[in-house]
Structures are given as C-alpha cells and as structure tokens.
Design a protein around this ligand. Sequence first.
Ligand code: VG1
Ligand code: CO
Length: 543
Amino acid sequence: MTIKTVTTAPYTDQKPGTSGLRKKVPVFQQQNYAENFIQSIFDSLDGFEGETLVIGGDGRYYNREVIQLAIKMAAANGFGRVLVGRGGILSTPAASNVIRKNKAFGGIVLSASHNPGGPTEDFGIKYNIGNGGPAPEKITDAIFARTKTIDSYKIADVEDVNLDLEGTHEIAGMTVNVIDPVADYAELMEQLFDFEAIRGLLAGDFRIVFDAMSAVTGPYAKEILENRLGAAKGSVLNFMPLPDFGGHHPDPNLVHARALYETMMADDAPDFGAASDGDGDRNLIIGRGIFVTPSDSLALLAANAHLAPGYAQGLAGIARSMPTSGAADRVAEKLGIGIYETPTGWKFFGNLLDAGLATICGEESAGTGSNHVREKDGLWAVLLWLNILAVRKESVLDIVKQHWASFGRNYYSRHDYEEVDSEAANGLIANLRDKLVTLPGKRFGALTIETADDFAYNDPVDQSVSRNQGIRILFEGGSRVVFRLSGTGTSGATLRVYIERYEPDAARHGMDTQEALADLIAVADEIAGIKSRTGRQEPSVIT
Ligand code: VG1
Ligand code: CO
C-alpha cells in the first residue's frame, strides 16, 4: 500500500494571517509542521474526491520541498489531479487563473510575498478556493481550529515528481500535470489589453524598465513585455527567480526598489518604470519624475480602464481596502458606480467580484487587480498602465496631474514600525480602542476629530461580519489617520499608521507628501503615543 497514515501532534501557532500562514523557514522545517497545516486544509474541505488541485509558488527557498509534500498528500487524500507549474513556479495571479481556467477545486500557493527568502527567512502556505481567490475567513478559521486538534496526516509513499519536465505523471492513482507557468497567463493578458497598441508605443522612442526583483515575475515579464510586446531586450531587470531573491526584499516600494526610483528620477529616465514583488501580485508604478502612489494608481486605473478592450464596457464598481485612500471613491462617484470599503487583504474582494458588484479592486499596499482573476496582479497593473499610455499618448506625470486637477489630490502616506515589541503594539491599539468614544469633538490645532471607530465590515454578499479591522480617526474636512497591526509579519509586531489628507485646490497639489501631512503625523503620535509606547523615534519604512 502506497498510502501511509502518519501520527502527528498539533502545533498551537498555525493561525493564518492576512494572506495565509507565514513563518520563518526553520519553523516550517519542524517535524510535521508543513504536513500538519496541509492536512488541516484538506480536513477543512468537503467534496474534493477525484477533483483537481493547483499547486505553485514563488520559487523561494523551501518551495520545492513543500510542493513535493503537497503533491503526495493530495494523492493520499483523494484528489484526482494536480496541476503544478514547471519548476514549482506559479505567480499568485497566475495560480488564480489556472484554478479558474481548469475549474479546479482549489489551490495551494506557496509564498511569503514581499518578505525575504532563504534558509532563515520567510515561507508561507495559502489555500485558495475554486473561484481562484484566497479562502474566506470561514475556511481559514476552520483550518486553524483543525491545526489545534490534528493527530494524523496522509501521504503517498512514492518518489518525488520531476518538476522540471512538463508533462503528465501518475502517482498513487492521481495524475500530476506539470504545466508551463506562463502560457495561460500571457494568453489572458492578450485578451484584456490592446497588445497591438502597446507594441506600437514600444516600437517608438517610449522606453520602459521593469524590475522583477529576482522573484517570480521574471519569466512572465520577459515573455510578455519583451517577447510579445517588443520592449527592448534588457528592459526587464533581475528576471531570474532566485530562492533568496539575491539577498534582497522583493518588495516593490521606495525603500527596496530604490535603484529603480533613482533611475526614474534621473534626467535621462525611461518613460515608464515598474516592479513587482516576490509572488507577483504587487506593483510599483513610477513615471519619469513621478512615483504614483498605489492609492492614486487605483483611482487612475479605474478612471481610464475603459481605454483597454477588457474594460471597454465600463466598470460595475470599485472596491478598496479601508486604509487605502479615498481617491478611488471620487472616481466611483463621477462614474456613478458602486464603491466598497473592505478590510485589509484580498480575500474580502472575492465575494464582491463573484457577485459582479466590483470590477476593479485595490489596496494601498501596492496591490491592484480586477475580475479577471481573484488575486491582485502586478503585471496586470503594468499592462493596464501601458495600454492607457498607448491610447492617451501623454506622459505619466501629465496624466496624474490632470487627474488631481479634476478630482483633487489625496495626500497619502503609510508609516510602518516594524518588529516592535508585541505587547507594546497590542497595548497601543487597546488603549486607542478604549478611548474611541472620548475622541469626537477633540481639537488639535486646526484639526477637529469628527468620528472615531474600530472598523467592522459587513459583507453585502454573504452577510458575514469581520470586526476589529483597524482604528479609524476621521477629522472634519476629510483627513484621517488609521492604525492597525500587520497580519503578515513573522517576528514581533508591525504597527501600520496610514495618514491621509484631501486637497481640492490645484494650486496646492505640488507639496511634498510628508510636509503636507506633518500636522496629522504629529497628531497621530499625540493620540496614540507611538514614540513613548514603542520606543521608536522614527518609522522603519515610509511608503
Ligand atoms: C499586507 C498589506 C495588505 C496585503 C497583504 C498581503 O498585510 O497591508 O494590504 O493584502 O499584506 O499582500 P498586513 O496585514 O501585513 O498589513 V502580499 O503581496 O504580502 O500577499
Ligand atoms: Co505579494
């Protein structure tokens, strides 16, 4: 008999966060740690006998080992077929597409996104459901409950599958298809965007640079941007996915993609610069001389999406996470379409997309996407931008300035305090929560608090309620400060402070962001006691 049942003991710390279970590699390497979590996923699902499971990851350290485990455990648990990307590679949006296209039961996506990789760095396991999106809280709660009582797991006692050879294998009565990780995704992009127009743009003197950050989007960007769209060879940088991302954080922000930023600010800068993260779902957009904040990018993409064939019929609605700026709300209002405000994390967009309420979604954390898959999608955002630029024939800078002139500008910044003491961070949030009712009416110089609450989301589709999703302090005139703790970190706590100010007057659209927000930043510290409670004088990362 090739199917073994192995006795195991539960771990207490396998609670999925904002986007799956993320831990340091040595934690995952503990005896049966990954096996327990994968079996707990299967034990929380019903009706997958004979069905298809998609498996892929971002190529980081430990990816191949866990893929072999997942394949053997899927066979032992009764799946009929596994689709796995060649080399164990599937970007998160590509995995979402493969699940949808093949009507798979679900998928296992192995990634810790923008966090560093390597023997002592981060790893992660996430389960996605049949719509291609991250499992909703009902399922992640069930998985966590199961991890606390699990006493055995099932695995097929067979040789490893050769992941480097495309084709069909049979193991323990289950079929394994090793597939091209790029082909289906590239085809989907060709359906959504006017490749002819983008080819025309790139055939002229319009230059682009895309930094794949030695992560999963390299092969996708090479094929789509250089091979299919004709961008100059060498436009895609760091295109080889490496298990340790070359020792860098594959995080496309102004700190970790500094070199790209500097290239784009130089006098001889290319016209368009972009980058993606470890698993390919985030994007950074920089035009010559201008960084486009993710919140602005969401608003701009929504306002211009109709210029791309896939969105020519218009949008049904826009959804944004609560901490994302209100710039998209103004676009929705002008277009006369719905706007939805969800908690942080892509899993909350799934129902809205499935129900046809929203077409485009976005988060301030460099994530944008649409109903073409059920994950955020870095290259999709890059291609939509290129499609818009090809049609409008204006610079990124001009397009952004015109947008601000007609909608107003939402000055926006996020301050992260990373790896702070967990007790101090929890204490800071608890203290804010306790004094919420006393805040309305309080004045700080020219700023008066209008309302303050702990954000709760009522899902309009399945009526589920998610509480404690972030402390919001809203000031008269539309400025706000939001506080929440990260659900993706792997050591200590990360406090995120989101600061936003709306400026309708075009004469005041040229300010430095941190200066424009200085009074709110000071008030945030005064109300929350950030410096005194965390002992930090400065944020570790400002985006
Ligand atoms: C962060 C971001 C959130 C994003 C999540 C997963 O979560 O803030 O917007 O959805 O990462 O993105 P948190 O809980 O740390 O704030 V990814 O690209 O890490 O899968
Ligand atoms: Co990511």
